[in-house]
Design a protein around this ligand. Structure first.
Ligand code: SF4
Length: 372
């Protein structure tokens, strides 16, 4: 089954490390919603009533929109597509956008999974990341959310300059104590065009060495795994049964359709992306054109490469699926790589799958570059 991604390109202000496409002018959300609905209906009229079982609202900060706007969008998706009744419908959110009362309203609007951009439970770290909430505020809103949502994710960022293992332990322990069933833990990245990157260039901050980052990664994986979180993608950990259905579509090479500025789509080996600029996006839709900037039909070699990149960073290569898609046996084609990785204790294999283990995950990029 396929998934829908909707990019909500608004934030109250931009964090210093963020390079996602977004604007901070919230006066244009109504105009954006008109364009978004136009894009959805144009797509449905061109490609028919496709069947979906997941919707992911990312951004930006989707929670800047009211619950009534979410209801409007979700109802519109139901009108235009065959959206399964038990679809996973996720929303990214910032802790400062909620009170206990309106969390319930978002649940009633149809959202059934909420992903909080918490990043840290240490106030000085939140300040460094220019986040707008405090640790206490995050704890309160997460506790409130757990009254209405079974399915809650927390995003954590680690490997901040001068951070210690003890600091990381504080944030992870708090997340574990809150009993959320999904944690995404990412290392801080220094993206060009961000103020944080400029600070790095001016030597105002120091990036951690690869070796230190590796130690942090091993600590995060070990701690979360020992508390019952299954490590199912390089940066993602979930309690049994709570893997993110939508993200699995990316990692298991499923189909997904993106709506909104800068969104990406992939359907049966055809990949495309929308224009980033909201003005261009609105303008094209006002002329009844889909706002697609670039479309690529992947060759079978590209498809194979992408599948391996995604599968080996997550749930592993499924032998049957590989054979179906690429008309070849994975274990014959990559027997030398498989043998080496098994011999070095970096991967494991069953009669159905070949996958990287914890040790392999920690150097996934090197493995992919060297062996596939
Ligand atoms: S809240 Fe999220 S999307 Fe918005 S600026 Fe910060 S990191 Fe970027």
């Amino acid at each position: 089954m396929s998934g829908i991604y909707i990019h909500i390109p608004f934030c109250n202000r931009r964090c210093n490390y963020c390079d996602f496409y977004l604007i901070t002018n919230l006066n244009v959300t109504d105009k954006f919603l008109i364009s978004l609905k136009k894009e959805i209906s144009l797509y449905a009229s061109l490609y028919g009533k496709m069947r979906f079982d997941s919707v992911y609202f990312g951004g930006g900060t989707p929670s800047v929109l009211s619950h009534t706007k979410f209801k409007e969008i979700i109802d519109f998706l139901h009108e235009n597509f065959d959206l399964c009744k038990d679809s996973e419908i996720s929303m990214e959110a910032n802790p400062e956008d909620f009170s206990e009362k309106n969390l319930n309203d978002y649940r009633a609007a149809g959202i059934n999974r909420i992903s909080f951009g918490v990043q840290s439970f240490i106030d000085s770290e939140l300040k460094f990341l220019t986040r707008q909430h405090t640790s206490d505020e995050a704890v309160k809103v997460i506790k409130d959310a757990l009254k209405y949502f079974d399915n809650v994710n927390l995003d954590i960022i680690y490997s901040l300059p001068s951070q210690t293992l003890k600091d990381i332990d504080i944030s992870l322990s708090e997340a574990i104590d809150l009993k959320v069933n999904h944690i995404s833990a990412y290392t801080l990245t220094y993206e060009e065009r961000t103020p944080l990157y400029k600070s790095l260039q001016k030597n105002l901050v120091t990036k951690n060495t690869d070796s230190k980052e590796g130690d942090f990664y091993n600590f995060v994986s070990g701690k979360l795994s020992s508390h019952g979180y299954h490590h199912y993608e390089v940066s993602n950990f979930a309690k049994e049964g709570f893997q993110c259905k939508h993200n699995l579509k990316y990692w298991e090479y499923g189909n997904y359709v993106g709506f909104g500025p800068s969104s990406h789509s992939m359907v049966n080996g055809v990949r495309w992306n929308n224009f980033r600029d909201i003005i261009k996006y609105n303008d094209m839709l006002s002329k009844d054109s889909l706002p697609v900037e670039e479309k690529t039909v992947l060759t079978s070699e590209q498809k194979k490469f992408e599948y391996l990149m995604l599968a080996l960073r997550s749930t592993g290569v499924d032998f049957e699926k590989y054979n179906e898609n690429f008309g070849n046996s994975f274990s014959s084609e990559f027997s030398d790589s498989m043998n080496d990785l098994l011999k070095f204790g970096l991967a494991e294999s069953t009669d159905r799958k070949f996958y990287l283990n914890e040790k392999g995950y920690s150097i996934a990029d090197e493995i992919l570059a060297k062996y596939f």
